[in-house]
Design a protein around this ligand. Structure first.
Ligand code: TRP
Length: 457
């Protein structure tokens, strides 16, 4: 009987995770994505290795964690969508209603990020299929490179995989937190971890492992540029899913007595471990076969398949790898869509299904523009010399996310935590409060300001 009453109550109000552990898996699932497995290794490669990794780690601790704490705490305190989290708290603090603009910035970022994220996730679907069918067997390095170039040149293939990926994402989000997101996260995150451990163990057996280890963990500061520092800063944001309300909305499904600081640290540590492990799985392969570690975005789609195909059980490890990439991307994509759906659904009161499919279609359409940037529309320039894909990436990663993060951290520290009653809502314990205040209220805004300034220049 009691259970019945509880579940009725739950329905009427905002949903909640079925446990703290599930929240952790979902938040880690959001953080761990293409950013860790595709982007991190290639930006390490482009920026010279160990010194870059060290700067990145500093950024995670100094900026990432304090902002992550702020985002989850804000979400948890009001238990609503990002826009109304800002407006409700602003009202309670008698601050300007304009703070809600940051919520809107997040919603817009969500549309834009997911559109190009889905296109890249689509590449992992293509390569999963390639390894399952062993299509590249016997190809030489040139042929493997051409395969990727060909893929980018074929709008139809890109469109197919982009559509499949968006459909998967929408189908999960449409089912809601408990029936959709939780059901997927519970099995996909453990599998992801197991696959990654197997891949790293395998890499330890290769000749190139010790070189890869030194490459990642021995800092040679002569290789670090100012650009590299700024890339590390920007990436610490992207990889922790900050600045658009994803962590806020996941936090809003938490119970009020959840310890935010501890959970934020666990999320950041898990995310960082996965990125480093991805590096330890990929670079030994690259070095063993004397391939380029500096090849940029194509590291995972040209250099890696090249190395895998020369190995015993390469096909098996290729399937494992691209499956890993797919589930990592999917659990992140879900979290990009969720804040948008939660906002529009609460605003319009339309059914969750309808809202999710509607938003999914709009995101899909923007994504079509992004994928055409690699072929038919490569001459279309939106911002400066950037094509549609690069413009979407630039506007979000360099402008909107830092802006959103700035809003979150300043709002949490300088507005919400100013008043005792709203400060209490954040649920940050007294012992941790002063350090958090300085890092989220002073250090993070300064650092974010620098990234944004650089992004605009
Ligand atoms: N963190 C994810 C990754 O590393 C991407 C992501 C998910 C994201 N949700 C986000 C990035 C919200 C920015 C904002 O791939």
């Amino acid at each position: 009987m009691k259970k019945k009453i509880n579940s009725k109550k739950q329905k009427a109000s905002h949903s909640q995770w079925s446990s703290r552990g599930v929240f952790l898996l979902a938040a880690i699932g959001s953080a761990v994505g293409l950013g860790n497995i595709w982007k991190f290794p290639y930006i390490v490669g482009e920026n010279g290795g160990g010194a870059f990794v060290l700067v990145y780690l500093f950024c995670i601790v100094l900026v990432g964690v304090p902002v992550l704490i702020a985002e989850i705490a804000l979400g948890k305190s009001v238990q609503s969508n990002p826009v109304s989290t800002f407006s409700t708290l602003a009202m309670a603090c008698k601050a300007s209603r304009f703070w809600a603009l940051f919520g809107y910035v997040g919603i817009v970022s969500g549309f834009l990020i997911l559109s190009f994220y889905s296109v890249v996730a689509g590449w992992s679907l293509e390569y999963l299929q390639v390894f399952i069918q062993n299509d590249l067997l016997g190809s030489d390095a040139r042929a493997i490179e051409q395969y990727f170039t060909q893929l980018l040149a074929s709008p139809n293939t890109l469109l197919l995989w982009h559509s499949v990926f968006m459909l998967l994402t929408v189908a999960i989000v449409a089912r809601g937190i408990r029936k959709g997101i939780e059901k997927i996260i519970i099995w996909s995150m453990p599998i992801l971890f197991v696959i990654l451990v197997i891949l790293v163990l395998y890499a330890t057996q290769l000749e190139g492992f010790s070189k890869a280890f030194d490459y990642l963990f021995v800092a040679d500061f002569s290789k670090l540029t100012t650009d590299g520092v700024l890339i590390a800063l920007g990436h610490s944001f992207f990889t922790l899913s900050l600045g658009m309300g994803a962590m806020m909305v996941y936090g809003s499904y938490l119970q009020k007595d959840t310890p935010v600081v501890k959970l934020s640290f666990i999320i950041a540590i898990a995310d960082t471990l996965v990125a480093l492990m991805a590096g330890l799985a990929i670079f030994p392969l690259i070095f063993t076969y004397g391939l380029e570690s500096t090849s940029g975005p194509s590291l995972l789609f040209i250099s890696l398949p090249n190395a895998l195909l020369s190995l015993p059980f390469g096909q098996f490890f290729g399937i494992a790898f691209f499956f890993l990439l797919l589930i990592a991307a999917l659990s992140s994509a879900i979290s990009i869509l969720e804040p948008v759906v939660s906002f529009i659904q609460q605003k319009t009161r339309l059914s969750r299904h309808f809202v999710t499919y509607l938003i999914g279609s709009i995101v899909w359409l923007i994504g079509v523009g992004a994928l055409l940037a690699f072929n038919d529309w490569s001459d279309v320039h939106l911002l400066g010399q950037r094509n549609i894909f690069d413009s979407l990436d630039y506007v979000t990663t360099s402008i909107l996310l830092p802006l959103g993060g700035l809003g979150v951290s300043i709002f949490a520290v300088w507005v919400v935590s100013k008043q005792p009653n709203t400060r209490q809502l954040l649920g940050i314990s007294d012992s941790k409060y002063p350090i958090w205040r300085i890092s989220a209220g002073i250090i993070a805004p300064i650092v974010i300001g620098v990234i944004a300034w650089h992004g605009l220049n």
